[in-house]
Design a protein around this ligand. Structure first.
Ligand SMILES: [Cu+2]
Length: 117
């Protein structure tokens, strides 16, 4: 009987710990300047992620993120030089395109690809 109670308590503790400590979100940093986007990693696992746009340039930039074939577009506001902005997203398997939505920055090279496995 004591063993059953102990096992039950252990199981409850494990359930509680699993709920108390969800996995930390993956972080991806996107460095922006005129006119490039550099991602800190090209591939991440599916799940929660924080995508951070850091503006190392001299003009405002933003970040848009969309799964290729998907509909939703995540976006930051305009980020001023020297500033950053974090977007929390939930990524599913696929390929995501990232781009700056300001003026013709995308065409001038401010875009990147992120693979989610
Ligand atoms: Cu830009």
């Amino acid at each position: 009987m004591k063993v059953i109670v102990a096992v039950a308590l252990l199981a409850l503790m494990l359930v509680y710990m699993a709920r108390a400590a969800p996995p930390a979100p993956t972080r991806v940093q996107v460095t922006a300047k005129e006119f490039t986007y550099v991602v800190s990693r090209h591939s991440v696992h599916a799940g929660r992620a924080i995508v951070e746009l850091v503006n190392f340039g001299e003009d405002p930039h933003d970040l848009k993120l969309q799964r290729i074939g998907g509909g939703r577009i995540w976006k930051t506001p305009d980020v001023l030089p020297g500033a950053y902005f974090d977007v929390e997203v939930t990524l599913v398997k696929g390929r995501y395109r990232l781009w700056c939505g300001i003026a013709d920055h995308n065409e001038r090279g401010m875009h990147a690809l992120l693979v989610v496995t």
